[in-house]
Write a protein that binds this ligand. Sequence first.
Ligand code: KIV
Length: 268
Amino acid sequence: MKTDKKLTVNSFRRMKRDNDKIVMLTAADAPMANLAASCGIDIILVGDSMAMTVLGYENTLPLTLDESLHHTAAVRRGAPKAFVVGDMPFMTYQADINDALVNAAHYLKEAGADAVKLEGGMEIIDTATRFTGAGIPVMGHIGLQPQKVMTSGGYRIAGKSEAEVKRLLEEAKALQAAGAFAVVLECIPANVSRKITDALDIPTIGIGAGVNCDGQVQVVNDLLGFFTDFVPKHAKCYANLTDIIKQAFAEYVSEVKAKDFPADKNSF
Ligand code: KIV
């Protein structure tokens, strides 16, 4: 949906009803957010994956609330009209429900986000209910949960057994009942995400969850070929910025060494 009108949580339910696919993309800085918004991206997620793709951490766990808020505010400045979701980092909402609420409020009050995203199933339902009750829109995130990489022993596909499918369905319905306006399904077999999508009134947004979700999300660095250490199976490279950037840097180095840069036109 390419529109200049500000989207709201209601827009996404409407898009699900109208079978109008929701397009979400991560961004962590103002210029990228501006480009995303100008190309019809419906939701910009300031994902905690930036811990790895931007800040150089090994996984998402070290990301702090301040780092996340700092980048969320930058995204808001770059895309003043976009629907922006701040992704709450590990341990900013799990330990204490009152602290969680205060932390979530920073996203709306200071960073200018429209909503927050929380990873988790039944263990975060009380927190999600508290947020929505206080007026903070919540996007859920079930299936593979990178913040639980230490307990899961790696990044694993979810929903492979009947018991897991049942649990995922229960979690998705509980998030809807808690007032979540959408739920991310990460790395779930396509037939399972179809079941979840059909069972909900709120939209599902998939990453590695097949084409039947109500929307899709990609990590911008994967999509642009800008983080090539590891490219997950669910990612599609729509461009290869790594090669383009490397070529530009190499040309710059060689022109400076050869005294071809700066030329007269670059000098005063
Ligand atoms: O942080 C992130 O990029 C995410 C997406 C994978 C949904 O949570």
